[in-house]
Write a protein that binds this ligand. Structure first.
Ligand code: FAD
Length: 157
């Protein structure tokens, strides 16, 4: 057991969980975002990252449509489908997929991880996940901003 845990008076063990995607995050004048909308395994830099994207897209839609259900519907339309796919992909791909492969091959017991999953296979697996998850730095940096600097919205729309 690591020294940090051994030195603690109490240690809580919480299960890592995700939730099956739901068809829509919007119900009239209410919309879900963040973990309430799409709890997923926090792997591959995902989860809080999506909550941040939710906030930005929602703000952009409110600027475009006003503070109303139309803005919530546009936000839901843009993100619910793709993020639901991401939740499912996160179960089988990325770091968790890699752990499953290791488990299948040796039950988690090994002397050298390279003997279980060679570096080239490891790199190819993760490259596929990163491409699907949109981790390409150049592509990401080339995306234009969706909210112009200084824009404000008032509660009346
Ligand atoms: C161990 C761990 C590691 C993680 N690592 C990463 C990572 O590396 N990268 C990443 O992107 N994400 C990671 N995450 C996920 C990330 O923490 C969540 O996705 C993020 O915090 C979700 O933000 P949220 O605002 O939607 O929900 P939360 O952060 O859960 O905020 C919800 C808030 O609502 C409050 N609340 C609940 N009920 C009520 C109520 N009835 N009235 C008032 N307030 C209420 C809660 O107290 C809480 O403050 C990790 C999570 C865990 C547990």
């Amino acid at each position: 057991m690591p020294t940090l845990l051994r030195g603690a008076e109490t240690a809580f063990e919480n299960r890592m969980i995700d939730r099956d995607p739901i068809p829509t995050w919007q119900d009239g004048n209410v919309a879900l975002l963040g973990d309430a909308a799409h709890a997923m395994y926090p792997a591959g830099s995902n989860d809080a990252t999506q909550a941040t994207v939710d906030g930005r897209v929602l703000a952009a839609k409110i600027l475009e449509h006003g503070v109303n259900a139309e803005a919530l519907a546009a936000y839901d339309q843009e993100l619910c489908g793709p993020v639901s796919e991401l939740v499912l992909r996160n179960r089988r791909a990325g770091p968790f997929g890699l752990l499953n492969i290791v488990d299948e091959r040796c039950g988690g017991m090994f002397d050298s991880i390279d003997g279980v999953i060679p570096q080239a296979e490891h790199a190819a697996f993760m490259a596929g996940y990163k491409a699907a998850a949109g981790f390409a730095v150049e592509t990401l940096n080339a995306v234009p901003t969706i909210i112009e600097k200084g824009l404000r919205v008032s509660a009346s729309g």
